[in-house]
Design a protein around this ligand. Structure first.
Ligand code: TRP
Length: 446
């Protein structure tokens, strides 16, 4: 059978860095800090952490189990585990979601390349905030420039994916993730040593629950799914390349912990500097592309920090885009029997077009408006608020009820070889069956 010759990850470290590479992305460096800024700082962080533990962990275990046991791309993993049923549709939904996310995600990835290029030319030298806001705005609403950078970004993504799981994804992640960690840490240290940074730290770690409302809850839920790459099959796809010896609970937990650490460090890299300059943390999506360049232009050593920062943003986005593309490629190679090269090139063409549409939708006088929002924002909102959360519910329900107790325990303990305490297994199963699906459904509905 073809499945026997499937490629796989070479080592536990490789699995961890690839999984963490998928999780750590624009979600951590770009979205998390601005959501923290807009939603009351520490209060948001606490709610976010609760969601990660209660809802995201069970879903991550479930995806891991489906992928490693199903041993195939995201649709076939479902049909291998539940033949002659309609569950493969959840997988197909995942492939579609991956495509939709990649379309807008790689546009932002393109912005990070553009800002990295600016940083390398020490271009951040206007002095007013307004100047930076105007520059950013005129760049993203331009009809051609962002499309060009988007194309570069998707080409970079394809270049790694075409090399395969071990020689491409694993090797690249092993080099880049440690580098990314060091870079983000350096920036945080610089930011924390600025005078006046204390206020930013207080903002991040002293909860103010008066700012919490239903919007905060939705934002925290969407962000936790998005940041951990859940609900659409990235983890299923990667897990299908993982050996039967790997400890699922340990690996998933380490992935979630690294993702959270990256998010918090990114917050510590950004918030203290924002407060040190007496700026508003509530800038929203422009925080990283407007507020930060202003700070870089005005702080000692800012030119160098700018290079480190936009390089980090680019690398983080790249390793995540790689995982999204792999969902599509494993599907195309195994289900449509297209070879890897052709699948990658074909996807690059399609995503260049869909991404260009997302980018155009931000330009002046565009007609690409859906439900009152530019296509770009529409895709961002629909994927995190609906597709991924609904996908997540279906995935835990599948694992908890359809696969059932026996299979779940077998996978989590590697057929009893890992001495995992019974109570822990029961708790995990209980959250999979009841807590995660019910709570996530309740939040979507209300
Ligand atoms: N987790 C990534 C980030 O935080 C984005 C990402 C990669 C993603 N793969 C995903 C989001 C799958 C949802 C689903 O930037």
């Amino acid at each position: 059978m073809k499945e026997d010759r499937r490629e796989g990850f070479g080592s536990s470290f490789g699995v961890l860095v690839a999984m963490a590479g998928s999780a750590v992305g624009l979600g951590n460096l770009w979205r998390f800090p601005y959501l923290v800024g807009q939603n009351g700082g520490a209060a948001f962080i606490i709610i976010y952490l609760v969601f990660v533990v209660l809802f995201c962990m069970p879903i991550m275990f479930s995806e891991f189990i489906i992928g490693r046991r199903g041993m195939a791309n995201v649709t076939r993993s479902f049909s291998n585990l539940a033949p002659h049923s309609g569950w493969w549709i959840v997988g197909a939904l995942g492939v579609l979601t991956a495509f939709l996310i990649l379309s807008f995600y790689s546009v932002v990835g393109g912005w990070s390349i553009r800002y990295l290029v600016n940083a390398l030319q020490f271009k951040f030298n206007q002095n007013g905030m307004d100047g930076f806001g105007a520059t950013f705005n005129s760049f993203i609403t331009n009809r051609t420039q962002p499309v060009f950078y988007h194309l570069l970004f998707i080409l970079a993504t394809g270049t790694v994916v075409v090399l395969g799981v071990k020689k491409g994804i694993e090797k690249f992640s092993k080099l880049m993730m440690p580098l990314l960690f060091v870079l983000v840490l350096l920036i945080a240290i610089r930011s924390l040593t600025m005078s006046g940074s204390g206020e930013g730290i207080r903002y991040m770690f002293r909860p103010d629950f008066s700012k919490v409302n239903s919007q905060t809850i939705i934002a925290a839920l969407g962000q936790s799914f998005f940041s951990l790459s859940l609900g659409m099959g990235t983890v299923i796809t990667y897990a299908s390349y993982v050996s039967k010896e790997e400890n699922i609970i340990k690996c998933s937990t380490l992935t979630a912990v690294s993702d959270t650490i990256f998010a918090i460090i990114a917050g510590c890299a950004i918030m203290p500097a924002v407060f040190a300059f007496g700026l508003s943390p509530q800038e929203g999506p422009g925080l990283v592309f407007v507020t930060l360049p202003y700070i870089f232009a005005n702080m000692p050593l800012g030119g160098v920090v700018a290079i480190l920062f936009f390089l980090s943003l680019f690398l983080a986005a790249l390793t995540s885009a790689i995982s999204l593309l792999e969902v599509i490629i494993s599907f195309a190679t195994e289900e449509l029997h297209i070879n890897r090269k052709l699948a990658v090139y074909g996807s690059i063409v399609v995503i260049s077009l869909s991404g260009a549409l997302c980018s155009y939708s931000l330009s002046e006088g565009t007609r690409l408006i859906i439900g009152g929002k530019p296509l770009f924002d529409f895709l961002d909102a629909t994927t995190s608020n609906y597709l991924m959360t609904v996908g997540g519910i279906l995935i835990v329900l599948f694992t908890g009820w359809k696969l059932g107790k026996r299979a779940v325990f077998d996978e989590l303990t590697n057929q009893g070889k890992l001495g995992i305490p019974r109570w822990l297994l029961e708790v995990v199963l209980f959250t999979m069956r009841f807590i995660a699906p019910a709570a996530v459904a309740a939040i979507i509905i209300f």
